[in-house]
Design a protein around this ligand. Structure first.
Ligand code: ADP
Length: 437
C-alpha cells in the first residue's frame, strides 16, 4: 500500500514539476501548477466516484471502470475478495449439501423441533420410525402427530431426556428416544430402533426366569430328601457331615434361584408414577432390624432415625427386599459390635430416602460403579461365607429403578459405607395427614 501511495504521489509530483516548468516558460508560475493540482484532484474524485458506482452496482468484474494506480489496485483487491468469498460460499454450500444428505440418510430418526414443539426439519428415517413426513408434516406440532400420553409427558418435562416408545409407524418396532436441547429453545429428537435389543433383553429375561423355575422343582425334591436323610440317626457321623455340607450348598443354590427369579421379574419394567400401594417403610425397617438383632448373634449396635409418618407409594415386596438386602449387607460385611445407622426420612428436596451407613471395611472406589452388577463381589470368599449370592445389590438397584428412584453408594476403605435409596418426591405419602383427618 505504501508503495502504491508513493507511486501515486510520484505521479502527482512529476506532473507538478512539469506544470511549474511550463508555468515558468509561459510566465504563469502560479496559475498553471494550481490548475494542474485542481485538475489532478478532480480526476482523482472522478476515479473514486466511478469505483463507488461500480461497487454499488455489484462490483461485476467485467464492468470495472478503466483506471490506474491506487484506484486500479482497489478494483483488483475487490475482485480478489469476491473470488475468495465465492469460493468459500461454494465450499459451504457443498458442505451443507453433504451434511443434509448425510442427516437425511441417518439410520436414526432425527427431528428438529422449535420452542412450540413444531417440526422444523426431519429426515427419512423419521418417516419410517415415527411416521413423520419431511415435507407434509413440517410446521406441525409433534404432539399432534404422536399422541402417546407417555411421549407427551416426556416432551413436556424438561428433565426427561430418554424414553422407550412403541413406534407410531407400527410394525412392532420399539424405539429409544432421546431429547437434546439445541439452543434458542430448539430441541433435537433422536429415535433409535432398539427392537432387536429389546427382544434379546426379553429373551434373556425369559431364559433366566425359565431356568430358575426349572431348577426350583429338583431343588425342592433334593432338599426334601436331604431333610429325611439328616433326620436318620442310623447313618454314620461322616455321612451326616457330608449331608450337612450338601444341605448348605443346596440352600445356597435355592437362594440363588430365588434371587434370579426375583431379579428377572424386576428387570426392564417400571411402575407408573401413581402405581403402587402405601408401604409403611418405618414398620418394615423396625421389624427387619429387630429380626436381624435376634438372628445374627453378631451383636451390632443399630441407630435408627425413622420418620414413621412417612410412607411410600410402591410395591411392598420390592421395598422389603431392597431394605433387607442393604441392612443385611451392612451386618454381613462389618465386624460384630460396630454401629449401623439406618435412616428413613425426606431429604432436603422432599424425596423419601433410605440411608444405611456402616462402619465396616468400606469398598475401594474402583469397585463402586460395578457393585450393583449381577454376581459382582468385592470379596467373593466373604460373600459366600455370609450366604451372599452376589445378586442383592442388583435386586436393590432394579427395585429402586422400578419406582423411579436411584441407588447411591458412597464408601471409603477403612471408614465404612453409605448406601442410599432416593425415591421420587411424588411417591411420598404423609401418614400424619391421613390419621389427623
Ligand atoms: P452379596 O450377596 O454377595 O452380598 P450384593 O450384590 O448384595 O451381593 O453385594 C455385592 C458385593 O458388594 C458384596 O459381595 C460385597 O463384596 C460388597 N458389599 C455390599 N455391601 C457392602 C457393605 N455394606 N460393606 C462392604 N462391602 C459391601
Amino acid at each position: 500500500m505504501a508503495t502504491l501511495l508513493r507511486q501515486e504521489l510520484g505521479w502527482y509530483v512529476l506532473g507538478l514539476v512539469i506544470a511549474i516548468i511550463v508555468g515558468l516558460l509561459a510566465e504563469q508560475f502560479l496559475l498553471i501548477p494550481l490548475l494542474f493540482s485542481i485538475i489532478y484532484s478532480l480526476w482523482m474524485l472522478v476515479r473514486m466516484s466511478a469505483i463507488v458506482d461500480w461497487l454499488e452496482a455489484g462490483a461485476v468484474v467485467k464492468k470495472a471502470p478503466p483506471t490506474l494506480g491506487l484506484t486500479d489496485h482497489i478494483i483488483g483487491l475487490t475482485h480478489r475478495e469476491k473470488k475468495y468469498s465465492r469460493k468459500q460460499k461454494n465450499r459451504y454450500r457443498t458442505a451443507l449439501a453433504q451434511f443434509n444428505s448425510l442427516a437425511a440418510e441417518l439410520p436414526d430418526a432425527t427431528v428438529l423441533l422449535d420452542e412450540y414443539k413444531q417440526i422444523r426439519w426431519s429426515n427419512n428415517a423419521a418417516r419410517l420410525l415415527l411416521n413423520i413426513h419431511p415435507e407434509r408434516d413440517r410446521s406441525q406440532r409433534i404432539d399432534n402427530l404422536i399422541r402417546d400420553p407417555e411421549f407427551q409427558e416426556f416432551l413436556a418435562l424438561p428433565e426427561a431426556t430418554e424414553m422407550e416408545l412403541v413406534s407410531p409407524a407400527g410394525r412392532n418396532v420399539t424405539l429409544h428416544l432421546r431429547k437434546v436441547p439445541s439452543g434458542k429453545g430448539m430441541t433435537v429428537l433422536i429415535a433409535t430402533d432398539i427392537t432387536q435389543r429389546v427382544k434379546t433383553r426379553e429373551m434373556r429375561k425369559a431364559f433366566v426366569g425359565d431356568v430358575s423355575h426349572e431348577l426350583r422343582t429338583p431343588l425342592t425334591v433334593i432338599n426334601g430328601y436331604l431333610e429325611i436323610l439328616q433326620g436318620d440317626n442310623t447313618l454314620p457321623e461322616k455321612t451326616h457331615d457330608a449331608l450337612k455340607q450338601v444341605a448348605e450348598h443346596s440352600a445356597r443354590m435355592q437362594h440363588i434361584v430365588d434371587h434370579l427369579l426375583e431379579l428377572s421379574k424386576l428387570e426392564g419394567s417400571h411402575l407408573n408414577d401413581h402405581e403402587g400401594e402405601p408401604v409403611k417403610v418405618a414398620n418394615l425397617i423396625n421389624s427387619l432390624v429387630s429380626g436381624l438383632q435376634n438372628a445374627t448373634g453378631k451383636d451390632h449396635r443399630f441407630e435408627l432415625a425413622i420418620d414413621d409418618t412417612l410412607a411410600l407409594l410402591g410395591s411392598e415386596n420390592e421395598v422389603v427386599s431392597a431394605c433387607h438386602n442393604l441392612i443385611t449387607n451392612a451386618v454381613n460385611y462389618t465386624s460384630a459390635g460396630t454401629l449401623i445407622k439406618v435412616a428413613w426420612r425426606k431429604n432436603s428436596q422432599g424425596q423419601p430416602t433410605l440411608d444405611v451407613i456402616d462402619e465396616g471395611a468400606g469398598i475401594e472406589a474402583r469397585h463402586l460403579p460395578r457393585l450393583s452388577e449381577r454376581f459382582y463381589r468385592v470379596d467373593t470368599g466373604r460373600s459366600r461365607e455370609s450366604g451372599g449370592t452376589g445378586l442383592g445389590l442388583a435386586i436393590v438397584k432394579h427395585a429402586t429403578q422400578r419406582h423411579g428412584g436411584e441407588l447411591l453408594i458412597d464408601s471409603q476403605p477403612g471408614k465404612g459405607s453409605h448406601f442410599s435409596i432416593v425415591f421420587p418426591a411424588t411417591r411420598a405419602i404423609d401418614l400424619s395427614e391421613s390419621t389427623s383427618n
